[in-house]
Ligand binder design. Sequence first.
Ligand code: NCD
Length: 304
Amino acid sequence: MRHLINIEDLATDEIENLIKVAKDIMKNPEVYSEKCKYKKLATLFFEPSTRTRLSFESAMMELGGNVLGFSEASSSSTAKGESVSDTIRTVGCYSDIIAMRHPKEGAPLVASIKSTVPVINAGDGGHNHPTQTLTDLLTIACEKKRLDNLTIGVCGDLKFGRTVHSLITAMSRYKNIKFVLISPEELKIPEYVKEDVLEKNNMEYIETNDIEEHIDKLDILYMTRVQRERFFNEEDYIRLKDYYILNKDKLIKAKKDLCIMHPLPRVNEIATEVDDDPRACYFKQVRYGKYIRMALILNLLEIR
Ligand code: NCD
C-alpha cells in the first residue's frame, strides 16, 4: 500500500506518469468517468481549505466515486479528545483512500503508519503540501512545456509557506533550475530547506527582499500569502502582510511569457488588475489541481 506524505515519496518517472495521465484525463474525461465506481474518498480536514478539499472531492466525483469527511476538527471526534491514529483507523473502515490536512507537522505521516488505506497529505502545518506541488508541476509542464531550464522566483512567506518547501524539493530533481527567493528577512526560507535541498543538490539560488530586482530573468513567479495562522503574534503579521503586492507596474520588465502562479487563497499579494494579464496562471492552476488529483487517486488505488 502506498501513501503520499512528501513529494519525495514519488520517483521522477512516477511524477511524469501522473502528469501524463492528468493530461489524458483533460483530453478524454469520459474514459475515466467510472474508474472509481463504488470507491470512497474520505477528506479529513483539521484545518480550513477551499481548493484542496473541494478539488479532491470533485476529482473523486469525476472518477465516478463517492466522498465523505469533515472540514473542521471541531465537527469531528477530535473535539472529544480522539487521537489522529484512532480517527484514521476508524475512517479506514468507511473509505478506500483518505486525504488529510492537519495543523501539526508530521500528523499525516503518523496517520499513514496506522492506516489500513492509502493516506494523502493535503498539507501539514508549515511543512509540506505534496498535492499542491503536483498541481504546480502539471501547471508548469502545460504552461512552459518543460520542467527543466527554468528560473523560478518564489515570493512572500517562504518560512511558513508549505507549498514553497514542497515545490523547491520537487524541482531539485530537474536540470538547470535557478531559484530567486524573495522575502522579507523574517520570512526567509528555513535553513533545513537550504541545507537539505538547495545546497545538497548544488542548486543555484539567490535570496533577496526586492521583487523587482530580478523580475526580468524569471520564467515563473510563484507568489504566496503571508501565513497568518502560523504567526505567534498578530503585530508581526500586520507589519509583514502587505510587504509585496504584485501589480502591473512591477511586471513592466518581466518576460512576455512569464507564468505567474499562486497556490491561493490570495489576500493582497497580487492586485486584481493582474488577473487579466495573459501571464496570470493562478486560476488555471486551480483547474490543473483537480486533474492531477484524479491521476493520483487512480495511482494510489492501483486502478489503470
Ligand atoms: C495553500 C496551503 O494550504 O498551504 N493553499 C492551497 O492548498 N491551495 C496556500 C495557502 O494557504 O496560503
